[in-house]
Every structure is written in C-alpha cells, then in structure tokens.
Design a protein around this ligand. Structure first.
Ligand code: NAP
Ligand code: BGC
Ligand code: ZN
Length: 354
C-alpha cells in the first residue's frame, strides 16, 4: 500500500510503499478515506516537533484521519463502520494514564502520537488501531471526518476551561479566538451558539478569505497590528473566554489583560523558545484580584472525539465549504502541504472513498 511519510532530515513529504498492516488482538483494520493537514504536520515535516518511531528513519504522517472498518477482527466494530482514530498510543510499560482512559493527560515520554511522535500516522491506504481508540462517525459526515480530531482539541480545551470556572455561577457572553488558521476558524464556528459576542484575531489585510469567514460567522475581526491582544478590552470589551491558537508566545501573557474579571483563557499554541519581558507584577495582580485563570490544553480523548463528531455534524455547509480549500488524491498529495498561498485554509489528502 502507499503511504505519505517524511524521512528524517529531508524536510518534505514523500510517497512510500509499505506492507498492508495486519490487525493484532483487539485491533481493527481500517481503510483510510481522508487525512487532514495542520500546522503540527508542518512542524513534523520541518523536524521541529515530534520524531520518528524508534529505530526508523521515517514517520508516516497524518493524525487527523477518517476511515472505514475493513476487518473488525472480533472487536465490537462492524465492517463498514466509519471511524475516526484518536492520536495517542500506549508506549511499552505500565501506564496509568492509558489504563484510566486519559492518555491526553499523560506527560511527555508516557505516550506516542501517531503521525507526530514515535508512531506512524494514518496517511496510508490502511491502518490498524486498537478498537478502544476508534470513535464511530455517521457515514453522512464521512467526508468531513478529518475535522473531528481538530474539533476534539477544542472540545477538550472548552471542557477544561469550564471546569476551572465550575466553582461559581459563570455565565460567559464574550469570547475571543486568537488565530485565523484552521483551528482558530473551526473554533469560532464551534463557539457560535454558546457566546453572544465573538471576536477573532488575525494579522492579514482585506480582502482575505479567513476574514470573510470570521465575518460571515457574525464575529468581529481584530487585526493584531492595530489592536494588540492586551488592548482589546479597552477597544472592544473584556473577554469572558479567550482561546489562543496562534502559537505566538506573547499572546499567552497578553490574554491575562484581555480577560474580563472571572474569565478564563485556554492556551493551545505550541511556540518555540522565545525570550521577552513581561510586567509580572501587573499580570500576577490581574490573576489574583480578578479571579482569572489560564489553562493549557493538549491533545484529546475519546469523549472529546464523541462530542466533536456532534459539533462537526452541526457545522453549516457554507462554513465547511469555505474552510476546506482543497482535498487532493495521492497523485497530487504535495498540494495538500503547500503553504505559500494565503487562499489555503484547510487541506486533506484523499486515500479512498466510501
Ligand atoms: P496555523 O494554521 O499556523 O494558524 C495560526 C494562525 O495564527 C495563522 O493564521 C496566523 O496568521 C495567526 N497568527 C500567528 N501569529 C499571529 C499574530 N501575532 N497576530 C495575529 N495572528 C497571528 O495553525 P493551526 O493548525 O490553526 O494551529 C494553531 C496553533 O495551535 C498552532 O500553534 C498549533 O501548533 C497549535 N495546536 C495545538 C494543539 C493542541 O493540542 N494544543 C492542537 C492543534 C494545533 P497568518 O496565517 O496570517 O500567518
Ligand atoms: C494534535 C494533537 C497533539 C498535538 C501535540 C496537535 O496538532 O492535534 O493531537 O497532541 O499536536 O503534538
Ligand atoms: Zn493537530
């Protein structure tokens, strides 16, 4: 079968041939339909995040997958079920995080991430997975199933942000999403019903398709070059919820000043090393005197995927049509990784059809 992989140190994806995997006990064989591409894939390709499975010189890419069960192999699944795989897998050794069904809470070294770190990904014509890591998805949304994994990232972040505000009556009205990449835009759409007023941060000039999407969602576009994050409460309003999806390290700290009293910020970006000065006294005081919270959130588990299936099914068709700017077959898979184009928002590689 064909797979798309990156060889260590090469910096660009390539087509490789591998044997079709055989499911082991408790595993199902899945025929892959589509696999999405995100910023993390570009970091894996560049060699700045994750790494190859032990003893190998390449990693098969892809962690945002949807497929159809080809061989349930005695698991509770049925042939023909459309499924979405979670990302983290158990490395050798005992592991309470996986035993408890909380692999997304495991610290570094206690997990592999398929397509990212230490385990081959799903960008292959077939993959096998323990059935416990496969979440059923209605066939009606199979073509959009590759959006379930990124949506699950947002489901987890919202869950953790809400949990941090669960000790009192929290009735948020305003939300500010930092970042107009695919994760930011997907999140604006997912928050649409839950907040009265939505804002989304970018740094682009009009006309721009991401700004069009933001405004079509009735959200206010905030240009960080005109209104830095720490000035948004003065220019617009203090935010009950901030969702950071830029990976721009200053935003983590500026978020504290963007928040309303009792507000919470969820940090999702994964920045590189970057030193800068902050006014620690002001930020510390803001946290304490206004009961503010920041939560970091990474990865997601089965329950977040289950919620994400519902969220993706509820997305308006005009939105997914505008968000997904290209789905490419194996004969032109390189186009799914093309980043030199401001009209590209979310892409996927198509490896099969229902
Ligand atoms: P992306 O496509 O690179 O999107 C980032 C967006 O942020 C881009 O549109 C970029 O604008 C914008 N941006 C960056 N700096 C900005 C600034 N100073 N002011 C305004 N806008 C700014 O990445 P993505 O796939 O959407 O993911 C977003 C972030 O979340 C990444 O850091 C990724 O690593 C992280 N992530 C984390 C998790 C997790 O589990 N925690 C999961 C998925 C992704 P331009 O396009 O104009 O440059
Ligand atoms: C993936 C997560 C993963 C994170 C860190 C994200 O792009 O969606 O599943 O945990 O990167 O590697
Ligand atoms: Zn991702």
């Amino acid at each position: 079968m064909y797979a798309i992989a990156v060889r260590r140190g090469e910096g660009s994806p390539t087509l490789v041939e591998k044997p079709r995997p055989e499911p082991g006990p408790g595993e199902a064989l899945v025929r892959t339909l589509r696999v999405g591409v995100d910023g993390t894939d570009h970091e894996v390709i560049a060699g700045s995040h994750g790494g190859c499975p032990e003893g190998e010189d390449h990693i098969v890419l892809g962690h945002e997958a949807v497929g159809v069960v080809e061989d349930p192999n005695g698991t509770g699944l049925s042939e023909g079920d459309v499924v979405v795989p979670t990302v983290r897998r158990r490395p050798n050794g005992s592991n309470g995080y996986f035993d408890r069904g909380e692999p997304d809470m495991a610290p570094a070294g206690r997990y592999h991430e398929r397509g990212i770190d230490g385990a081959h990904g799903f960008m292959a014509e077939y993959f096998v997975s323990p059935a416990e890591h496969l979440v059923r998805c209605p066939a009606a949304i199979a073509e959009l199933g590759f959006l379930v994994e990124p949506a699950s990232i947002t489901e987890k972040a919202i869950e953790h942000a809400r949990a941090s505000r669960s000790a009192f009556e929290w009735t948020p009205e305003s939300a500010f999403v930092l970042g107009n990449g695919s994760l930011g835009l997907l999140t604006v759409a997912m928050l649409d019903d839950a907040f009265d007023r939505l804002y989304c941060l970018g740094r682009r000039d009009r006309p721009d398709p991401t700004i069009d999407i933001v405004e079509e969602l009735d959200a206010t576009y905030v240009d960080s070059r005109e209104t830095p994050v720490d000035e948004v409460s003065a220019v617009h309003e203090p935010m009950d919820f901030v969702y950071e999806a830029t990976g721009y390290a200053r935003h983590a700290f500026e978020t504290i000043e963007a928040l309303a009293p009792n507000g919470v910020g969820a940090l999702l970006g994964v920045p590189g090393d970057w030193e800068f000065e902050v006014d620690g006294g002001t930020l510390h005081r803001e946290f304490v005197l206004h009961n503010k919270a920041l939560v970091g959130s990474v990865n997601s588990g089965v329950r977040h995927f289950e919620r994400a299936v519902e969220s993706v099914a509820a997305l308006p068709e005009w939105f997914t049509d505008a968000l997904v700017t290209g789905v490419y077959g194996l004969d032109e898979f390189e186009r799914a990784f093309d980043v030199d184009d401001d009209t590209t928002i979310k892409t996927a590689v198509e490896l099969g059809s229902l």
